[in-house]
Write a protein that binds this ligand. Structure first.
Ligand code: ATP
Ligand code: MG
Length: 458
């Protein structure tokens, strides 16, 4: 495809001229710039498809241009031109987002290859971005895909809740159903958008740490408290605090949180004055809080304070054809990431996906798609590319309870083993290559191979 525009940024007229002749012959539109300033002006005004950027310019460097473009979130593709002995510049340029580099003196044939490769991947990225935007416009809402009635209802609830900027929200749903995405959506649609959004994972920290994390501490409050520190509630003043995995909070912290909800005040650890803040709280949990209350592990009063508005995310298996929408959405995402060209799912895979009960919900589907796209090539994702746990209607009803746990454990074991075998077969049992493919170290790979009895095979 031609008619694409290339900007040559170089201060040497002769180089520009000879490059330009070559590129025009190839059918490109060519723009020329001599300085950093001119280059940036062209980038802003003419939006070229590609820049061939010399490192040495009269008023600065190519790196300066890249830095400025990054600041402006401009994503025009760049091929950097560096001196042979300046691999450090090349590395820095790639880190700043350059697509590739060539060294001086420029070999025009080499440059043409690099240009075509870069433009090809730019085209692909644009197509995918366009596709994802269209999907999102048609079936999505704030980065969440879903056209099923149950998800449409969730989207409506998000919109309603977002309008009131003080209402506390409790998001419930199994693991992997998208609770974090909902929390973000509420934040982005509310008039607290642009103000702080602070997330706390209540499982990740010990009792003392989480308390100081949430409320801050005074100097000397405990051994490591060398200076006064503001906590999340203070830092989020005017904004939103997202308390993730709230079901894991200890009773002592639950009491303190209740006080924040009721009075909007708290004290720093070791402090004795009340601090008042204006924050909206969004909480999420994948645990059934009613059951925790019955066991005496979660405070009823806190539950009611949090549950002012409740958004419940249905499990993926209750969302009908959303499974297929989501699968295609992730397929495109991983196509781009791994430079693959899958076009869709085979009929058999579609049926399989609609049958399967997805215990890990959307996260599991995303992982399944990632693995399939990474480890295979072709047009369609076939059923044998995807390894799922047991199917929802396979175990007989009366056996289902007993076999549930065994089924999940077995399937995880099987999934990992099959993934290993495929990576090894694909690389002819070359362990270094297989490790790279699976993004693990060689030691990890060998450990797993041993675990699954795969070490002997050569
Ligand atoms: N409707 C959706 N559309 C697109 N992606 C989704 C959707 N729902 C979830 N995801 C993706 O699935 C993954 C899991 O989502 P998320 O982390 O929000 O789940 P969660 O409910 O918070 O799970 P957990 O309880 O385990 O924390 C993420 O990668 C998220 O981007
Ligand atoms: Mg989560």
């Amino acid at each position: 495809m031609r008619g694409e525009s290339i900007l040559i940024a170089d201060d040497e007229k002769l180089i520009r001229w000879s490059l330009k002749q070559e590129l025009i012959r190839e059918g490109f539109d060519v723009l020329e710039a001599e300085t950093v300033e001119q280059t940036l002006a062209f980038v802003r005004e003419k939006e070229p498809d590609l820049i061939i950027l010399d490192q040495r310019l009269p008023d600065g460097t190519g790196i300066d241009v890249l830095q400025e473009m990054r600041k402006e979130k401009n994503e025009v593709s760049v091929i950097m031109v560096t001196a042979v002995d300046r691999s450090d510049v090349a590395v820095q340029a790639m880190k700043l987002g350059a697509s590739d580099y060539v060294t001086k003196p420029v070999n025009i044939e080499e440059l043409k290859v690099v240009i075509n490769k870069t433009l090809e991947s730019t085209r692909l990225k644009r197509q995918v971005a366009h596709y994802l935007r269209e999907q999102e416009k048609q079936y999505g809402f704030c980065g969440m895909i879903g056209s099923s009635p149950v998800m449409q209802k969730v989207f409506e609830q998000i919109q309603k809740v977002a309008k009131s900027s003080t209402t506390t929200v409790l998001i419930t749903g199994e693991s992997g159903t998208g609770k974090e995405l909902v929390a973000r959506a509420i934040y982005f649609l509310s008039d607290r958008e642009g103000k702080p959004l602070m997330t706390v994972n209540c499982t990740a920290l010990t009792e003392t740490l989480i308390e100081s994390e949430l409320f801050g501490h005074e100097k000397g409050a405990f051994t490591d408290a060398k200076a006064q520190k503001k906590g999340i509630f203070e830092l989020a003043d005017g904004g939103t605090v997202f308390l993730d995995e709230i079901g894991d909070m200890t009773p002592a912290l639950q009491a303190k949180l209740l006080r924040v909800l009721e009075q909007k005040t708290f004290r720093r650890v070791g402090g004795n004055s009340d601090i008042t803040v204006d924050v909206r709280i969004i909480a999420a949990t994948n645990q059934p809080l009613e059951a925790k209350i019955a066991e005496g592990k979660f405070r009823t009063d806190l539950y009611y304070r949090l549950n002012v508005a409740n958004i419940h995310l249905p499990p993926l298996m209750e969302r009908g054809d959303d499974v297929l929408l989501l699968a295609n959405f992730f397929l495109q995402e991983f196509n781009t990431m791994f430079h693959k060209h899958f076009k869709g799912l085979s009929d058999e895979t579609r049926d399989l996906f609609l049958q399967y009960h997805w215990p890990g919900n959307v996260r599991e589907l995303r992982n399944v798609m990632e693995r399939a796209v990474l480890l295979d090539d072709g047009d369609l994702i076939f059923a044998h590319h995807v390894k799922l746990g047991h199917l929802r209607n396979l175990p007989k009803a009366e056996e289902a309870d007993k076999s549930e746990d065994a089924g999940v454990a077995l399937s995880l074991y099987e999934i990992e083993k099959q993934t290993l075998i495929r990576a090894l077969e694909k690389t002819n049992y070359n362990q270094s290559q297989a490790a790279r493919l699976l993004k693990v170290g060689r030691d990890t790979l060998r450990y797993r191979m041993k675990k699954y009895g795969l070490l002997k095979k050569k």
